[in-house]
Design a protein around this ligand. Structure first.
Ligand SMILES: Cc1cc2nc3c(=O)[nH]c(=O)nc-3n(C[C@H](O)[C@H](O)[C@H](O)COP(=O)(O)OP(=O)(O)OC[C@H]3O[C@@H](n4cnc5c(N)ncnc54)[C@H](O)[C@@H]3O)c2cc1C
Length: 256
């Protein structure tokens, strides 16, 4: 891991409040594993700290980041033009484990799609892959086409019923696991409440479950201890020990 000077190749709005940035980053692209993240120094005055973003896709020497504009740094990032050079640290953290057998279900809540597209890309058409996309309403259902391109079966649901079934994503997860025969592994990213429920559902079906916990962080390399994750073996750092954890390892009742 080290920091790289990377050229912004493109930066465009793909949905309401959501942007896709592509960077020329050959060293990060070569080393990246699904679930890892990059720590980006966004030029500008207000936001001194780097900001973490999951590696969304890797295409040759290019890495892509899918981000929602929520505050000063993401707003500044969205204003950057192609050609801008950015200082990017990565790839960082521990990603999803290699899954060598059985069926895989990816569970994404809203922006939780960000790391899962890269994972679907890596798993490819070899594996029976189902993707469950959950959001508050239809505009929050992202990347369905990108998942389908990998050969995945995609099912969506929304809280208001504007797309797919009107239910929580974990209800679809429960239905899938109830019907599934044979070994299944679940990989999930999204709000902590969804991940907590997914962990409980997977435990009920004795299904391995890996969750990406996007806790707010500062240094990104396990030095400042600003992103504690309560686990059954005490506190760990989301940035260095995660962001992906085995759901059985997380002490869910202590996670905010
Ligand atoms: C490992 C990791 C991977 C991430 N990957 C992505 C990604 O692929 N795409 C993406 O859009 N975002 C991702 N995030 C969240 C992203 O880092 C923040 O949205 C960003 O730092 C916000 O910066 P800002 O200055 O624009 O907003 P800030 O002013 O810092 O925050 C604006 C608002 O967003 C909230 N917020 C900021 N960070 C988080 C967070 N981690 N979890 C929940 N709420 C938060 C703040 O509480 C505040 O309400 C990731 C975070 C982590 C830790």
């Amino acid at each position: 891991m080290r920091n790289w000077n990377c050229r912004l190749l493109s930066n465009r709005k793909i949905a309401d409040g959501v942007w896709l940035a592509a960077f020329d980053a050959p060293k990060i692209a070569a080393a990246a594993k699904p679930g890892q993240f990059v720590h980006v120094r966004v030029p500008g005055g207000e936001h001194i700290l780097r900001r973490p973003f999951s590696i969304h896709r890797v295409d040759g020497n290019t890495i892509k980041v899918l981000y929602r504009v929520v505050g000063a740094a993401t707003f500044a990032l969205s204003a950057l033009k192609a050609g801008t050079m950015l200082d990017i640290l990565g790839p960082l953290g521990h990603g999803f484990p290699a899954i060598n057998s059985g069926r895989v279900i990816l569970l994404a809540g809203g922006m939780g799609v960000a790391p899962l597209v890269f994972l679907a890309q890596k798993l490819g058409k070899k594996r029976g892959l189902t993707v469950i996309l959950g959001a508050k309403s239809s505009s929050g259902v992202l990347c369905a086409a990108a998942f389908r391109e990998t050969g995945a079966r995609v099912i969506a649901c929304t809280e208001d019923g504007s797309k797919g079934k009107q239910c929580l994503a974990t209800v679809l997860l429960e239905n899938e696991l109830a019907q599934a025969g044979g070994k299944t592994t679940v990989c999930a990213c999204g709000p902590n409440l969804m991940l907590k429920r997914a962990a409980a559902v997977c435990a009920q079906f004795k299904t391995p479950c890996y969750v990406s916990l996007e806790e707010r962080m500062a240094c990104g390399i396990g030095v400042c201890l600003c992103c504690p994750v309560p686990t059954v073996a005490g506190y760990k750092s989301a940035c260095k020990d995660g962001p992906v954890f085995n759901a059985l390892e997380v002490a869910w009742s202590n996670l905010k």
